[in-house]
Design a protein around this ligand. Sequence first.
Ligand code: C2E
Ligand code: CA
Ligand code: CA
Length: 650
Amino acid sequence: MLYAPGRYNLNYDISAILLNVIIMIFFLTKKKVRDRRVKLFMSLEFILCVAAAGGLGTALIRNGTIVCSSATKTVVTIIAHYSHNSVGFLILLYLLEILGRLRTMRKAQLFLISVPQMILTVFMFVPGLRHTIFYYDADGNYFHGPMRDWLYYTIVIIYLIIGIIGLMRHKRTLVRKDLYYSLFVAIGFVASMITERVGRYLRACVFLQSLCMLAVYVTIENDDETFDYETGLLSRYSLWKEARFLFDNKRTSYMISVRLQDDNYYDVMLGPDITRGVKRQMTDWMARLMNERVRVFYPGRGTFAIELFNSTKDEAMSVAEKIRQRYEYSWLYKNTPAYYTVQVVVGCIPDVIKTQDQLITFVDNGFDVSLPADQVLFADELMKSEVRKADVERALHRALDNQSFKVYYQPIYDTEEGKIRSCEALVRMIDDELGFVSPEEFIKVAEQTGLVSQIGEIVFEKVCRYLHDVKPQQYGLEFVEVNLSTVQCMDTNLPDRFTEIMQKYGVTADQIDLEITESAVVNDENTMIHVLNRLTDMGFSFALDDFGTGNANYSYIIKYPFCLIKIDKSFLWGSEKNAENATILRNMVNLISELDRLAVVEGVETVGQKEKLIANGVRYLQGYYYSKPVPEDDFTKYIRDFNANTSEEA
Ligand code: C2E
Ligand code: CA
Ligand code: CA
């Protein structure tokens, strides 16, 4: 009964119904998020089910198994034909959805692509027009109308062409494998239609299309990739794919990064069972924010990402505020309350977040500053500084690769002898892309990225080479100040490497004085003391840099082996503003000399400053009044001329 030669084969339609029902059940039980994409996929599945059932009905009617009135036959045929021929339109919508185009299309465009489907609808449901497609005569025999093939095939071809053009035009939006899968499915649909032309009694078309949908289900709709395993929200991979779309598209969108501050702490404190339960509540709450324009991702690492497509700053800030306010209350699971602190940051695409990489950095919240948790932050300056930091880091790598770091020297004047007896070595980086970058900026980045040790060694070697090649001692130079970063002071290999370099150039430790900035002193004392002791044993002396600006107090001066104390320039400049500051500076100088250390004042720019400091008994002066930091050759000339002239004067 099911199959007889010359009669309609029913097997494929039955299989198609079963297949689609199974896919629908799987799909619905696994997907936690019901967005438009899920709805479209389900509609396609449903319509294929109806088409298969309708096809089965018409085949049974025509096989003569079912006997019924012409009116019933007409209704069954309408269901079969209309559903089957609507697949093209739905496939196009689904394709446009995965390309993200449904979100960006204007109403007029949407209307335009609906026109063929509307024509089909009109022809199908207006009885007079339906006659041009099919009809049953009085005896219940089925007839094709003249418009049937013309209408059905034109509509499907139109939709296919639009679909393929859309795919090719926006292929950058899709990751490559999704692009191939989509093309494969489009071809599968064409092939299925060919089987319909070739074997009239075969009736395999709907089944083949259902197979294509199965392929879509296991590839493009692959749950393991699309959804986060733990929360069921959109995954990190989905976020990555979405980022492609966002940067391919010119619309202003916002991303909200919601980062749980105490994620690890709660994991440990409450145990995995409770935290999972609490997270599930958070997830459900977050999932309720979703709509056509709002998507919620869980990229992992205790961070939610909420995307507001094509929206305004006000909208984004209000969603962010809503989230932040929710976290003021506890999450309750099995009577255990958990208060999570969150950091909510809003970033604008593409104004502030400019690339796919930056988006991921932003969401993961790679900011190294600790942000307050009691307000929503707008990642404007924040992100810009992150971007700048990344740029500077690349410039540092370039400078290391091209060996383009330079060392400039700034003279230090000895007030007792009236001569330049010392100088400070200051590193310089001039990058092809960024131009001059201040060491104040790049040393910080180098410290954070671990590059500062390499840079410090380069500076140290250049100084030794200068002392060896030029021998500025002959012009009266006694020692060079070299800056040591915090990070270098924690490096127990540093003394050995310095020894090697000094041996290579025949330089002795008394020719070099190491400057350590005040904030460095408080870091990790034991390692620091160990390194400093070894350097002292080697014969180095030390200067405490930027004195007065950090956390160090006077006890540090005696605790560590500092000979020179460099008073930060802000004290000199401040002393000119009022009498109190002047008193502070004078007392600092006095205290340093009473402790038997030598004071250096930085930032001397005028003759008035110089005279006052000399009157105060400051031993060394450094500043633009004498010279800015200058290249090696200029410095050699400067010290030679300066010390020669002062000798003549003397
Ligand atoms: P610092 O050690 O306090 O260096 C003194 C800074 O003050 C230098 O800035 C110098 O150019 C500037 N300066 C000196 N006299 C005057 C003055 O009269 N007026 C004004 N307005 N500025 C003056 P520079 O070269 O930009 O260095 C900035 C900081 O970068 C340094 O502060 C130091 O902390 C760091 N740095 C520079 N070179 C190195 C290095 O080789 N290694 C390490 N670790 N840090 C370095
Ligand atoms: Ca210094
Ligand atoms: Ca300083």
